[in-house]
Write a protein that binds this ligand. Structure first.
Ligand code: SF4
Length: 316
């Protein structure tokens, strides 16, 4: 049996991204979330219709102040986080929509502006696996040699059937190729977003997802439960009783299953989605809660003696 790695993970049964940041930067680091991109390839090619779970804000958080210029978004959010969490060092996170789905020069200008700001040590940007043009790789490589740069790829699933259900507009193979190329041609940090609670999702599918991640150069994962927001295609399915979100117990069980197979080298950004705009959340209600889902997952892990990688290490 491997030794429980809890002390290195600040007492958590999984490798939290906060620990990765402390190891990498030598101190606490928080992400300043900003909005710069306006749309994504999925919406652009489908006349405004995107992934079935995504609302018109493109997966943005409520704290975004998107009407402000980028510099003001950074300043306002930085001061708010600094006051609230007593933190001095930040990454600027370009969150909504597809940040590489625009002129490279515009993307570069936003990144440069972010990196010029006080107490900003790097950036992260959300994008899709099918939206990484050839010319972006040399730029990411060069920038990643000077500052911390992380891509956050919306992968969601490695099953082509599930990707079709989600109307993602890309394949699992696109995702695998994008992750490998980002690693080989840019060397930047790579995070991926995954969704659990998909229709007919089996335990085998979840285990296979962990195994695929373990075999790719993925640095961190962000986990979400598939939840229903108002005025999305998923809302229509929910109204017709064709989709039912998971209850918290079952979601926690699936996350524990995934984490138990996930390499302990892969940091975890988040264990469950939190709906920032309660008025838009249709179901499940527990997606409103910031703390309880994570607490439930941790409790299940502790009660059952599970921790991240327990079965990954056993399999070795
Ligand atoms: S999740 Fe991303 S790719 Fe999908 S519709 Fe929303 S912004 Fe576009």
């Amino acid at each position: 049996m491997p030794t429980k790695p809890f002390p290195e993970w600040d007492g958590q049964p999984y490798y939290p991204i906060s620990r990765f940041y402390k190891n990498h930067f030598g101190e606490k680091v928080y992400k300043i979330t900003v909005s710069a991109a306006q749309t994504c390839p999925n919406r652009a090619r489908n006349k405004g219709v995107g992934c079935i779970f995504c609302d018109e804000l493109g997966s943005a958080g409520s704290h975004l102040i998107k009407h402000m210029p980028l510099k003001s978004q950074i300043t306002v959010n930085r001061e708010r986080l600094a006051r609230r969490f007593r933190v001095n060092t930040f990454l600027v996170y370009f969150q909504p929509f597809t940040n590489t789905f625009r002129q490279l020069e515009q993307f570069k200008a936003d990144v440069e502006l972010a990196l010029e700001q006080e107490r900003v040590v790097g950036i992260a940007f959300g994008t899709r696996p099918d939206c990484l043009p050839d010319e972006i790789f040399p730029y990411l490589k060069e920038t990643g040699e000077q500052a911390f740069v992380s891509a956050e790829l919306g992968i969601q699933s490695f099953s082509d059937n599930q990707l079709q259900f989600l109307n993602r507009g890309h394949s699992a193979d696109d995702s695998i190729k994008a992750i490998k190329r980002l690693h080989e041609d840019s060397g930047i940090n790579i995070g991926i977003h995954l969704i659990f609670g998909l229709p007919d999702e089996s335990d085998e599918e979840i285990i296979e997802t962990a195994e695929i991640v373990n075999n790719l150069p993925v640095d961190n994962v962000k986990l979400h439960n598939l939840h229903v927001l108002a005025n999305t295609p998923l809302h229509d399915l929910y109204r017709k009783n064709e989709f039912e979100p998971l209850n918290l117990d079952e979601y926690a069980r699936r996350v524990v299953l995934f984490l138990s197979r996930l390499s302990p080298e892969v940091a975890v950004q988040r264990l469950a989605a939190v709906a920032p705009r309660w008025d838009e959340l249709i179901a499940p209600d527990w997606t409103k809660e910031r703390l309880r889902p994570t607490q439930m997952i941790v409790r299940q892990m502790n009660q059952t003696g599970h921790y991240q990688g327990i079965h990954f290490q056993n399999a070795e």
